[in-house]
Write a protein that binds this ligand. Sequence first.
Ligand code: S3P
Length: 185
Amino acid sequence: MALPQPEAPPPSARPTGHVALIGMMAVGKSTVGRGLARRWGVRFIDTDTEIEATTGQTVRELWEEGGEPGYRPLERRAVQAALATSEPVVLATPGGVVVDDLMAEALAGEDVTTVYLRATAATLVDHVGDGEGHRPLLGDDPPAAIAGLLRQRAGRYQALADLVVDVDGREPDEVVAAVLAGLST
Ligand code: S3P
C-alpha cells in the first residue's frame, strides 16, 4: 500500500529572470537563497562558494593574500558571471556588493529582482556568534565592525532593492515565506 505523500507546498510565482539577495554578511543570504531556489526549482549560486571553487582557495586565504583589492575583482567576476547565465538563478551576493560600482551595476539590470535582507546590528552579531566562518572584515571586535559596516552600507542596500524583507526575530523559513509573499504582491 502506498504511503500518504507529504503535501507539496503550493507553487509560488517566481519573478522572471534572476533573483539576487543582498545584505550584510551573516544575514542569512545563503540559507534563504537555497530555500527560495528549492521552492522555485531553479539553480542557487553562492558567490563565496563559486570563488572558492574557481580559485581552489578559501575566502580567508584569498583575503590574507590579496586583501580587499585582490578580493573584490573576484567577487565582481563571480556576480557578473552568475547574472549572465541564461537560466534563471537565485544568487547570494557578497556583503560587499555595494562597495563596488560594477557589482552594483550588474544588479540594476532589468532581468534581476533584488531583495534586501535587512537586519539590525544586534541580529547580525548574534548570527556571527553562531560560528558562520570566514569573516575577514570583522577583526578583533565584530560588534563594532558590524555596526560600522551597517552604517556605511544600509542606505546603499536599500537603494538597490526592489523588495526589502526584515530578518530580525524570524527563522530562515519565515524569511523565505516573507520573500515569497513580498514578491507575489
Ligand atoms: C564581505 C562579506 C563576505 C565575504 C567577504 C567580504 C563584506 O561575504 O565576501 O568576507 O565585505 O561584507 P558574505 O556576505 O557572503 O558573508
